[in-house]
Design a protein around this ligand. Structure first.
Ligand SMILES: *Cc1c(COP(=O)(O)O)cnc(C)c1O
Length: 422
């Protein structure tokens, strides 16, 4: 297999003679065939090909293959957003009456999806502190637990997932282990190496990297045995809505085939070809960007840590950080450009600081080339009840900083200036 740098640049796109050198945008909802039989074979999954963009499109396909290669997966499915990817991946295995055991330190949008929306459809989520001992996590598992869910680096609390602990539990009970790898990207972490079965990305973040295209990707690591696993009867019985196909018979592509054939077919949250093109383009420099994001973040975390006006800083690059060891274990080449910190003096000081900044922008976005920040308690997490905020460790003064790839000196100068004018 090629190295990550090469996959980022050239991915799975191999043009034939006379075809565009750059993976083109195929802006067509539909595809032409000469005979009915040709098309019937596609519907039966007997042949590979495109017939309707809701299910597959060449531009989207290049992106899916690139992400699958980077994550060493058996296949991937690109969706209209990260939330769509998470929703379809969960619904691919959970029905009413099923449950998810989930780290409580996850992206606010995923927390809402699990705790409010999925609950309305009868899917329960049992949240747990990701640092809880294995026995406490195991105690939440029952016969209807279909997914164990965590984030490589949890946003906004910058907690590094103890992969080994979670994957051992998942293996012991034969449960799928889902990992949202958005904030590290496959360049800095390959969760499959640490036991993940399904990987999720909000490609709106580092994969695109330029804040221009919303999207999400579900990756099947191809390493979960559905065949005969009684926890997943839907994978072991014929799908009457798909010609009696038994997904477990497909082996390493069981999950992703079912996700596309059922979930994407019925819910239609496909990534648009235009967005796949932009994401593909962004990903051509992912390896360079991630290196710089991680380098800059380490420099800025150190600067903040040593500043007397700063109350606390969380970033796994800091030796003092409680997640330093886990960071070294799972993210040895850098963890993420994301960090969080709090200023002494609470929310008023925080507000003044943010309005003093000139280079660093206050935006509802993270993980693009431009340095940005956000105060979750007053924005992304404001719908959460106070008890959930406390449980997730989100204090009112928490500033989530997404370090970009500008000059670290200029970023620090902006922070210094904002601090000196408090
Ligand atoms: C942003 C984000 C999501 C949701 O992705 P969208 O593309 O905004 O729908 C999911 N997980 C994590 C970790 C994120 O940062």
């Amino acid at each position: 297999m090629r190295n990550k740098e090469t996959i980022c640049v050239q991915g799975a796109y191999e043009p034939k003679v006379g075809e565009p050198r750059v993976a083109p945008i195929v802006q067509s909802t539909t595809f032409y065939y000469e005979t009915l039989d040709q098309m019937a074979d596609l519907f039966d999954l007997k042949a590979d090909g495109f017939f309707y963009t809701r299910l597959a499109n060449p531009t989207v396909d290049y992106l899916e293959k690139k992400v699958a290669l980077l994550e060493d997966g058996s296949g991937a499915m690109a969706c209209s957003s990260g939330m769509a990817a998470t929703t379809l991946a969960i619904l691919n295995v959970c029905n009413a009456g099923d449950n998810i055991v989930c780290s409580n330190a996850i992206y606010g949008g995923s927390y809402n999806l699990f705790s409010v929306t999925l609950k309305k459809y009868g899917i329960e989520t049992k949240f747990i502190n990701p640092d809880a001992p294995a026995c406490e996590i195991e105690a939440l598992i029952d016969d209807n637990t279909k997914v164990i869910f965590g984030e490589t680096v949890a946003n906004p609390n910058i907690i590094v997932l103890d992969f080994e602990k979670f994957s051992n539990i998942a293996k012991k009970y034969g449960i799928l282990f889902f990992v949202d790898n958005t904030l590290s990207s496959p360049v800095l972490c390959q969760p499959k190496k640490y036991g993940a079965n399904i990987i999720l990305h909000s490609s709106s973040k580092y994969l695109d990297g330029h804040a221009v295209a919303l999207g999400g990707v579900v990756v099947d690591c191809g390493n979960f045995e559905f065949k005969g696993n009684k926890r997943y009867p839907e994978f072991n019985t014929p799908d009457e809505s798909y010609h009696g196909l038994v997904y477990a018979d497909l082996g390493s592509t069981a999950f992703i085939t079912k996700a596309r054939a059922q979930m994407m077919r019925d819910m239609g949250a496909m990534m648009a070809p235009q967005n796949a093109f932009l994401t593909n383009l962004g990903m051509e420099t992912l390896h360079l960007r991630m290196k710089k994001h991680a380098e800059n973040a380490a420099v800025i975390a150190r600067f903040l840590k040593d500043n007397p006006l700063v109350e606390w800083v969380k970033h796994p690059s800091l030796k003092e950080d409680p997640y330093y060891e886990l960071g070294q274990k799972y993210l040895p080449n850098g963890s993420t450009g994301m960090m969080s910190f709090g200023l002494k003096g609470g929310l008023d000081v925080t507000k003044k600081f943010i309005s003093n900044l000139k280079l660093i922008a206050n935006v509802t976005h993270v993980a693009d080339v431009r340095t940005s920040l956000l105060n979750p308690a007053s924005t992304t997490h404001r719908q959460l009840p106070e008890s959930a905020l406390i449980e997730a460790g989100i204090t009112p003064n928490l500033i989530r900083l997404s370090v970009g790839i500008e000059s670290a000196d200029d970023i620090i100068a902006d922070i210094k200036n904002a601090l000196s004018n408090l």
